[in-house]
Design a protein around this ligand. Structure first.
Ligand code: BGC
Length: 767
C-alpha cells in the first residue's frame, strides 16, 4: 500500500477527491479503497473520549471513557505538565477505542460568563488558554493521536451560534480571539483545526478565506487540515475555496457533486481541491501509523482525573474564625452535616457533544465517608433536582446543621443549565439553594460552601454569611474524591482562577452587547474582556483572575529582571524567590503581567504574559524563572497589520493574582522594528509630528503653521480669537491638509499639492 500522497492524488479521480473532502459518516472520513486510503475516525472531546459504538446509529450513547475535569477546572491548575499528562491519557483512550483524532481542545475566550459552553473553554485570557492548549495537544499528539483545535473563531456564545455574526475589530480579533489559536498552531501543530459555526464580521467561519487561508495557513504556516464543525458548511464550493479542507459529518453526496461540477466548470481550480486532498491524506496516513486497539488503564486514568481535579479546584475563601483558626481543612472527630443533593449526585460534566460516559463516578459523600477518622457524617438533601422551592428540605437541612459542629453545603447548577447549544440567562444558583445557604449559615456559622459549576455563579447574597468557599467546578468523574481530599486536608488546594468571578451580571464586560440581535453581536468592549475590563474600569470583583488560596502561605522576595534595558527580540527573564512560610507543603502559582506605561494605541492596564507553578515544602524557598518574549511586549497594530513593539518604559508585575501584585519592576524596551511609514492623506497634524519621518518632512512648515494659528485664533481677546478654545489642540486632530487649508494664502504651494509632496517625501524615504 502506497502512502506517497502525491502519487495517490495523481491517481485519484475528480469524484474521489471531492468525496475525500467530505466525511463518510458522523465520525469517519471517506476511504479510497482501490488506492489504499483508509478511513479516519474522529470523536469528541475535549475532556473525555465520546466514542459512539455504532457510527450509523441514530441513538446516542458512547463507550465508557474517563471523564476528566472540564477545561474551566483543568485551566485552573495552571499546570502545563499535568495538562500534558491528561493529553497522553486521552490519547491512550483514543487508541484503545479506535479513535484517530480527538475533537478538542477548545480555546475560545470567555467573553461573558454566560456562554453555555464556557465549561469547555479554558480562560478569559488568551495567553493562559494558549499555554493550556499547547500542553494538552502536545500530550495527545506525542502518542500518535491527533487533536482538533476548536472552534475557529470568535465562537463565544451559543445564542444563534449557527448564524450570528461576531462583529469584532481586527486588533481585538488578533490580540484576544485569535491569540490562543495562534500559539497552539505555532507551538503544538494540532493535526486538525475546526472552524466554528458562526460568522465573523459577516462571513461564515466555514467560508472565511481570511481566517482559514490567509491567517491560519499562510501567515501561521499551518499544514494540518481544517475541518468544519458538524454541520457548519452551507456552501461546499465557497468553503473549499476559502480553505475548508474537510466537511463533517457525512455522507453528503450532493456536496460532493457540487464540488465536482464546480471544478468542471472552472469555478474552482482543481489545484485547490488537490491541496485539500493533500492535507487530508497527510493526516489520514499519519493517523494510520499508530496501531489502534487494546485497552487503557482505567484506574490509572481515574487517578489522573482525580489529580487534575484536585489541582484545579480553587479555595476561594477561608476566613479566620472568631474563635481562631480557619474552618478548612476540616478537623476529624466532629459531627459534619453534609447538605445538598450534589454531595450524592456528583455534578461533574456539562451538556452537549462533550458529554462522556464515565468509567465510574466518585460520589462526594461516599468519598468523605471513606476519609473520616472519627468524624460523623450526616446527610440532608437540601434542594430538589429542579429549581422548585421545597420548605421541607430547607427545614430538614437547618435542623441537621444545628445538630452538627460544621455544615458542609454542596451546591451545583441544575443539570442542563450549562450546555452546548444555549447560554445561561443569569449567574444565579437556584432560589432554593440561595435560601438554603442563608438559612444553614444562620443556624450554623461554621459553614463551608462547595460550588460545582463550570462557570462563575453570583455569591453576593450569601458570601458574607459563610467563612469558607471551595470552587469545585465540573470536576470530572474523580472529582468527588478530590473534593474530599481538599476538605479534609489530605490535599492542599493549589488551583487559581482562570477567569474573573464578577460581583454581578451587570458588571460584566459584554453585558451591553450580549447576546446581540438581528443576526449580529457587536464585540463593543473590544480588547477589554475579563480582568482587562475590570482593571480599566477600576471595578471591584467577587474574586479576581488568578486568585486562589492555600492552607499554607507564600512570600515573594528578591524580584529581578535579566536586564534593565533590553531589545524586544532578546526578551527578558524575570526571577523571584518564593518561600513557603506556612506549615504544610503546598504549591504556588506565580503570575507575571506586563504593563506598557505609554503606547501609541490604548492598551489594557496589564496583561498576563508568563506564569509558573512551584511546589514547596514548609520553609522551602525556590527561585522561579519566567521568560518573556517579543510577544509579551507587542500589540497588534491594525494599520501596520502586524505585531509591533514601541520603545519605552514597561512595568513587570510579579503577582499572586491579578489583584495581588507583589512586586513591580521598571524596564525599558528598545524596539528593533523598522516600521514602514503609515502617514496618508488623512493623517492628522498630530500624527505627522509624532512620526519621525513625518516630523522631519513637515517640521520646516510647522513653526509657520503654528504662528498663523496663533495669529488667527490667538488666545483670549486676540484677533480672530475669543471662541474659548485651544486652537493647536483642536487643529492637531484635523487632517494635515485641512489645517493647511485654513492658511492657504500664506503658503507658497497649494495645501493639497504640498501634502502630496510631503507624502511622496516620507514614503520615498522608506522605499
Ligand atoms: C460541536 C463540536 C463537536 C461536534 C461533534 C458540534 O456540535 O460544536 O464541538 O466537536 O459537534 O460532536
Amino acid at each position: 500500500m502506497s502512502t506517497d500522497v502525491e502519487s495517490i492524488i495523481a491517481r485519484m479521480t475528480l469524484e474521489e477527491k471531492a468525496a475525500l473532502c467530505t466525511g463518510a459518516s458522523k465520525w469517519t472520513t471517506t476511504p479510497v479503497e482501490r488506492l489504499g486510503v483508509p478511513e479516519m475516525f474522529v470523536a469528541d472531546g475535549p475532556h473525555g473520549v465520546r466514542r459512539e459504538p455504532d457510527i450509523h446509529a441514530v441513538a446516542r450513547g458512547s463507550l465508557p471513557a474517563t471523564c476528566f475535569p472540564t477545561a474551566s477546572c483543568s485551566a485552573s491548575t495552571w499546570d502545563v505538565d499535568l495538562l500534558r499528562q491528561m493529553g497522553e491519557a486521552l490519547a491512550e483512550e483514543c487508541i484503545a477505542l479506535n479513535v484517530d483524532v480527538v475533537l478538542g481542545p477548545g480555546v475560545n475566550m470567555k467573553r461573558s460568563p454566560l456562554c453555555g459552553r464556557n465549561f469547555e473553554y479554558f480562560s478569559e485570557d488568551p495567553y493562559l488558554a494558549g499555554e493550556m492548549a499547547v500542553s494538552l495537544i502536545d500530550g495527545v499528539q506525542s502518542k500518535g493521536v491527533g487533536t482538533s483545535l476548536k472552534h475557529y473563531a470568535a465562537n463565544n456564545q451559543e445564542f444563534e451560534r449557527f448564524s450570528i455574526s461576531a462583529e469584532v475589530d481586527e486588533r481585538t480579533l488578533r490580540e484576544i480571539y485569535l491569540a490562543a489559536f495562534e500559539k497552539a498552531v505555532k507551538e503544538a501543530e494540532p493535526w486538525t483545526v475546526m472552524c466554528s459555526y458562526n460568522k465573523v464580521n459577516g462571513v461564515l467561519a466555514s467560508e472565511h478565506g481570511t481566517l482559514m487561508t490567509e491567517i491560519l495557513k499562510e501567515e501561521w504556516g499551518y499544514d494540518g487540515l481544517v475541518v468544519s464543525d458538524w454541520g457548519a458548511v452551507r456552501d461546499r464550493v465557497a468553503s473549499l475555496k476559502a480553505g475548508l479542507d474537510l466537511e463533517m459529518p457525512g455522507p453528503q453526496h450532493r456536496r460532493v457533486k457540487d464540488v465536482v461540477e464546480a471544478v468542471r466548470a472552472g469555478e474552482v481550480a482543481e489545484a485547490t481541491l488537490d491541496e485539500s486532498a493533500r492535507r487530508i491524506l497527510g493526516i489520514v496516513f499519519k493517523a494510520r501509523q499508530t496501531p489502534k486497539g487494546g485497552t487503557f488503564d482505567a484506574e490509572a486514568h481515574h487517578d489522573l482525573a482525580h489529580k487534575v481535579a484536585s489541582e484545579g479546584m480553587v479555595l476561594l475563601k477561608n476566613d479566620p474564625l472568631p474563635q481562631n483558626g480557619r474552618l478548612l481543612p476540616l478537623k476529624d472527630r466532629q459531627r459534619i452535616a453534609v447538605i445538598g443533593r450534589s454531595a450524592q449526585e456528583a455534578y461533574f460534566q456539562g451538556g452537549g457533544s462533550s458529554h462522556t460516559n464515565p468509567t465510574k463516578v466518585d460520589v462526594p459523600f461516599e468519598e468523605l465517608q471513606s476519609r473520616t477518622e472519627g468524624a460523623e457524617l450526616m446527610y440532608a438533601e437540601g434542594y430538589p433536582a429542579d429549581d422548585a422551592f421545597r420548605q421541607d428540605l430547607l427545614d430538614e437541612a437547618v435542623e441537621l446543621a444545628q445538630a452538627a459542629d460544621v455544615a458542609l453545603l454542596f451546591v451545583a447548577l441544575p443539570a442542563r443549565k450549562e450546555s452546548e447549544g444555549y447560554d445561561r440567562a443569569d449567574l444565579d444558583l437556584t432560589g432554593q439553594q440561595v435560601a438554603l445557604i442563608q438559612a444553614v449559615a444562620r443556624a450554623q456559622p461554621k459553614a463551608v460552601v462547595v460550588v460545582n459549576s463550570g462557570a462563575p455563579v453570583a455569591m453576593s447574597d450569601w458570601i458574607d454569611a459563610v467563612p469558607a468557599i471551595l470552587q469545585g467546578w465540573m470536576m470530572g468523574q474523580a472529582g468527588g474524591g478530590a473534593l474530599a481530599d481538599i476538605l479534609f486536608g489530605r490535599a492542599n488546594p493549589c488551583g487559581k482562577l482562570a477567569e474573573t468571578f464578577p460581583l454581578k451580571l451587570t458588571d460584566t464586560p459584554a453585558y451591553l452587547n450580549w447576546p446581540g440581535g438581528a443576526g449580529r453581536v457587536r464585540y463593543g468592549e473590544g480588547l477589554f474582556i475579563g480582568y482587562r475590563y475590570y482593571d480599566a474600569k477600576q471595578m471591584p470583583v467577587l474574586f479576581a483572575f488568578g486568585h486562589g488560596l492555600s492552607y499554607t502561605a507564600f512570600a515573594y522576595s528578591n524580584p529581578a529582571v535579566s536586564a534593565q534595558t533590553f531589545r524586544d527580540v532578546d526578551g527578558l527573564t524575570v526571577k523571584v524567590d518564593v518561600t513557603n512560610t506556612g506549615e504544610l507543603a503546598g504549591k504556588e502559582i506565580v503570575q507575571v503581567y506586563v504593563r506598557d506605561r505609554e503606547s501609541g494605541l490604548v492598551r489594557p492596564e496589564k496583561e498576563l504574559k508568563g506564569f509558573a507553578k512551584v511546589a514547596l515544602e514548609p520553609g522551602e524557598t525556590k527561585t522561579v524563572s519566567i521568560k518573556l518574549d517579543f510577544r509579551a511586549f507587542a500589540y497588534y497594530h491594525p494599520e501596520y497589520k502586524q505585531w509591533i513593539t514601541e520603545d519605552g518604559d514597561f512595568e513587570i508585575l510579579i503577582a499572586a493574582s491579578a489583584a495581588d501584585i507583589r512586586h513591580r519592576l521598571a524596564v525599558t524596551l528598545e524596539s528593533t522594528l523598522d516600521l514602514p511609514c503609515i502617514l496618508n492623506a488623512e493623517s492628522t497634524m498630530r500624527e505627522w509630528m509624532a512620526d519621525p519621518r513625518g516630523s522631519q518632512a513637515f517640521g520646516p512648515y510647522y513653526a509657520h503653521v503654528a504662528a498663523q494659528i496663533q495669529r488667527r485664533f490667538g488666545g483670549g481677546d486676540g484677533e480672530g480669537g475669543g471662541i474659548g478654545l485651544d486652537a493647536m489642540d483642536m487643529l492637531g486632530d484635523m487632517p494635515l491638509v485641512s489645517v493647511l487649508m485654513w492658511q492657504k494664502d500664506t503658503l507658497p504651494t497649494h495645501p493639497e499639492d504640498l501634502v502630496e509632496q510631503l507624502l511622496a517625501q516620507v514614503h520615498d524615504e522608506t522605499e
